[in-house]
Each structure stands twice: as structure tokens, then as C-alpha cells.
Write a protein that binds this ligand. Structure first.
Ligand SMILES: [Zn+2]
Length: 332
């Protein structure tokens, strides 16, 4: 029997987030970010989420092995009946699945080495193919590959911070909220509805009325209804793109340690405080040997790595950290 379960992912940027497109230049920005091809609104691709979360679950699992078992897979295999003895304070999802005894730090990676033509290097470097990381996120090893049980959607912007004369407010639109909301062209809705005019960045817009959103519309974002401004779908992309963070950095010559000539470059990023929304779907497979509850628990227990290691590029320059809000293992 196969089943599908999906969990909502709500996340908040703690730093500016830069998911690069690989050196495109738009206007005066050298390092541009990934955008939806149709709306032009920046996003975090599902592939970035799958890649980072894979790494973080592997890290959590690996760091839970007792020191004597960290490198020694043979020793782990000897503990046939007692998988829980391999770990310090094992979580349920670690000891529930026998395949976890084969896990190695190499399971964390994209596994480019599996493409290697050297038989020996395939043996040494490939994914283990057995552990919760490999089974959930997919693996390729030798002649065997498997596409995994988890599929991540893109994380799209749900609420985006902009400066107004009343302080920072978060804009959204009917489409981003996935709601039918009547709003006139070039006007905005606020929680009070009586500001007459309000600036969003440099753009001054007329307030049409109250937005009447409810607390449930805020998801687990921790924003308040008073923080939210709804703008028409026709304006949201333009306002977001006009209020992205643009940073100028200097390239350092690694040999001289000094700034290179003509080394100034600019990078755009999604600003801190932005709230994203997406989902992860889990497909039950494998005769139920590895169940979805354990997988979602593994995601939940490793989500805190996003707050230290982050997602995307330039994480050594203060970009990329974010917080996954809400629990992924709650029944939805
Ligand atoms: Zn593995």
C-alpha cells in the first residue's frame, strides 16, 4: 500500500538569502538570484531545500553515533540486534530503522563520485543506499539508484518586509496568500484601513480599506495582523524586486591578500525577515520498513541547522541563515 503525506514548511530569513543563478548580470547587479520565470518573484528552489536538508539529516545522524562507531562500519554491523547501542541518546527515527547502521557522512552529499568510472571509487565514495538519508532523499550507487521518498516544493515568498513611514510592514498579495481578495488596481489593504496613503519603499499608494485577514492567515510566521499589507497581484513582483537587498563586496586576491583591481561586485539577496511558504511531500514505500513518521521526525530534528549553516550562497559573508517555523512532525 502506498500513501502520500505532505507537510507545510514555513520559514523566516534570519540573514539575507542569496540563491545564485551562476553569474548572470541584470542591470547593475553582478550576482543575481533565482526567480520564478513567470512572476519574476525570487524564491528558494526545492532542489536547494532537498540538498541542504539531506546534509543536515546526515549530520544529525552521524553526530549521534558513539565515537567508537563513527568511522567503523564493520563494528556497527556486529551489533546486529542492538542498533540503539550504536548511538548516544538515539532518537526514535535513528533506532527504528535498521538501515541506519550503514550510514556514513558520504550519504550527506550529492554523490558526484557515483558517476566515477573507477569501480573502486564507486565502492568507497558512493551513498550507502541503506540509511534513512539515502532512502528518504534518494541515492545512486554502483548500478543501483533510487529517487527517494521526499519531494520538496520551491519555497515561495509569503510575506515580504518593506519600509513604510509606520515602520517595517510585510506585504503579500491575493495570489501569494492563495485567497480571493477584492482589491482595486494600485491600491492597498491594511489592518486598520484608515491611513489614506502609505509608502511601500519609495512607492506611495492609496489605502482602499481594511484587509480582514485572520490569525490563521499568518501561518506560523509570528507576525501580527497589523504587520500585514495586501497589495494587488499586478504590483507585488515590482515592489519585491525594488526592495531586495543589494550588497557590494570586494574580491580579495588570495595571493597578495589585498583587494583586486576592479574587484567590486554587487550581489542581490532576499532580505532578512522575509517569510517563505512551501511543502514537502513524503511517499510511503519500501513495504513500510521505513515509515514517513520517522522521516518527518528526522527533518524536524535537523531543521535547526538552517539557523547556523543556512541555505544558498555566500554563507561565509553573513548570508543564508533561516529559521524553519512550526513543527514538521505535527499532523496536518
Ligand atoms: Zn546512506
Amino acid at each position: 500500500m502506498s500513501s502520500v503525506e505532505s507537510k507545510k514548511i514555513i520559514a523566516m530569513a534570519i540573514d539575507p538569502i542569496h540563491i545564485g543563478t551562476g553569474g548572470f548580470t541584470i542591470g547593475r547587479v553582478d550576482n543575481t538570484i533565482v526567480r520564478d520565470p513567470i512572476t519574476r518573484i525570487p524564491k528558494i528552489p526545492g532542489s536547494s531545500m532537498a540538498g541542504t536538508w539531506r546534509y543536515y539529516v546526515a549530520l544529525e545522524l552521524q553526530s549521534s553515533f558513539k565515537d567508537e562507531y563513527k568511522q567503523d562500519r564493520k563494528k556497527r554491523e556486529e551489533k546486529k540486534e542492538n542498533i540503539q547501542e550504536l548511538f548516544n541518546a538515539p532518537k526514535e527515527w535513528m533506532k527504528n530503522f535498521n538501515g541506519n547502521r550503514f550510514s556514513a557522512i558520504k550519504c550527506a552529499g550529492q554523490d558526484d563520485e557515483a558517476e566515477s568510472t573507477l569501480e573502486e571509487s564507486k565502492e568507497k565514495l558512493g551513498h550507502c543506499g541503506h540509511c534513512i538519508v539515502c532512502k528518504s532523499f534518494g541515492f545512486s550507487k554502483k548500478d543501483l539508484s533510487n529517487q527517494g521518498m521526499l519531494f520538496f516544493s520551491d519555497l515561495n515568498i509569503l510575506f515580504f518586509p518593506v519600509y513604510t513611514r509606520l515602520g517595517v510592514k510585510w506585504i503579500t498579495s491575493p495570489k501569494l496568500l492563495d485567497k480571493d481578495i477584492a482589491i482595486q488596481e494600485n491600491k492597498i489593504l491594511t489592518s486598520k484601513g484608515d491611513e489614506k496613503y502609505l509608502n511601500l519603499g519609495w512607492l506611495n499608494l492609496e489605502v482602499q480599506r481594511q484587509h480582514n485577514l485572520e490569525d490563521s492567515d499568518l501561518q506560523s510566521s509570528k507576525l501580527k495582523l497589523d504587520d500585514i499589507i495586501i497589495v494587488p497581484d499586478s504590483l507585488i513582483s515590482q515592489i519585491i524586486n525594488a526592495n531586495l537587498e543589494v550588497r557590494t563586496s570586494v574580491s580579495i586576491d588570495p595571493i597578495t591578500g589585498a583587494a583586486k583591481d576592479t574587484a567590486l561586485f554587487t550581489s542581490e539577496a532576499i532580505p532578512r525577515g522575509t517569510i517563505f511558504c512551501g511543502e514537502v511531500r513524503g511517499f510511503q514505500r519500501d513495504n513500510g520498513l521505513l515509515n514517513l513518521d520517522d522521516i518527518f521526525n528526522a527533518l524536524n530534528d535537523s531543521k535547526q541547522y538552517y539557523e547556523s549553516l543556512g541555505v544558498g550562497g555566500m554563507t561565509t559573508r553573513g548570508f543564508g541563515r533561516m529559521k524553519i517555523l512550526g513543527a514538521l512532525n505535527e499532523k496536518s
